[in-house]
Write a protein that binds this ligand. Structure first.
Ligand code: NAD
Length: 258
């Protein structure tokens, strides 16, 4: 995808889960638009490589650990003098999270910690910098499953993303008059290594899902990253507290084309 826009020159952008998939594509896109990117991830090798590629900073972070998150924004502020953009994107989708009938409490809690409590930590500790600056854009990664039910249930994942969606809306409303916007990004299924592996092993599972996508294909990570860059930028200056679906039309569909 060719990037001509330079909407983020001089801004600092923290990307959690920036070592892989959507986060990596967003780190590249935000940097291409001029931002100073801070990659935050558990995976040090891939995170260092991503940060080096985009000319940014890597901060090893476990987003479930509040102290790590505090240190992440402090390091960002120290390096670049501001915390302008927080893309709170790290998340997991483990196979032991399934039907409510089979999912154990351990799996439930792990997914809530990584997908939802982490976003609480990240918002809580990015916001003071943004309030001080009188400016900021927070983009929290939810999912289309925050607004639609799936019979192929991953119960804790869906509940965590519903939580991200309502938390984002509430924060967007609370801080709107301080120059801060908070939006929930809701991607449809994205062509990441995780999804490729899953569906290569079981093509029927891929087909079961593809039939519901009007676009007839899954998203590429760069298509989600383009939405992140828009929400992060002043082009989205009146876009706040939204459920920002980037799903190829899934949530709007009843019958899809054959
Ligand atoms: P991915 O597995 O490719 O990347 C996730 C990154 O998060 C990895 O680099 C991983 O190391 C990191 N991470 C995991 N736990 C962490 C922790 N505790 N602290 C710090 N980093 C941690 O995943 P992806 O497909 O790019 O997904 C990114 C986000 O998008 C997730 O929140 C996911 O739920 C959401 N999402 C994905 C899809 C999809 O189809 N891929 C669809 C909708 C929403």
């Amino acid at each position: 995808m060719e990037v001509n826009a330079r909407r983020l020159v001089g801004r600092s952008a923290v990307v959690t889960g920036g070592a892989s998939g959507i986060g990596l594509a967003a780190a590249r896109r935000l940097a291409a638009e001029g931002a100073h990117v801070v990659v935050a991830d558990l995976n040090a090798a891939a995170g260092e490589a991503a940060a080096a590629e985009v000319g940014g900073l890597f901060v090893r972070t476990d987003v479930t650990q509040e102290d790590d998150v505090v240190a992440l924004y402090a390091a960002t502020h120290e390096a670049y003098g501001s915390v302008d953009i927080a893309f709170n994107n790290a998340g997991i989708n483990p196979t032991d999270d399934g039907s409510v009938l089979d999912t154990g409490l351990d799996a439930w809690r792990r997914v809530q910690e990584v997908n939802l409590t982490s976003v609480f930590h990240c918002c809580k500790h990015a916001l003071p910098y943004m309030r001080e600056q009188g400016r900021g854009s927070i983009v929290n990664t939810a999912s289309f499953v925050a607004v639609m039910g799936a019979a192929t249930s991953q119960i804790s994942y869906s509940a965590s993303k519903g939580g991200v969606l309502s938390m984002s809306r509430e924060l967007g409303v609370q801080f709107a008059r301080e120059g801060i916007r908070v939006n929930a990004l809701c991607p449809g299924p994205v062509n990441t290594p995780l999804l490729q592996e899953l569906f290569a092993a079981d093509p029927e599972q891929a087909q079961r899902r593809l039939v519901h996508v009007p676009a007839g294909r899954f998203a590429e990570p760069e298509e989600i990253a383009a939405a992140v860059a828009f929400l992060a930028s002043d082009d989205a200056s009146f876009v706040n507290a939204t459920t920002f679906l980037v799903d190829g039309g899934i949530a709007g569909a009843y019958v899809t084309p054959v």
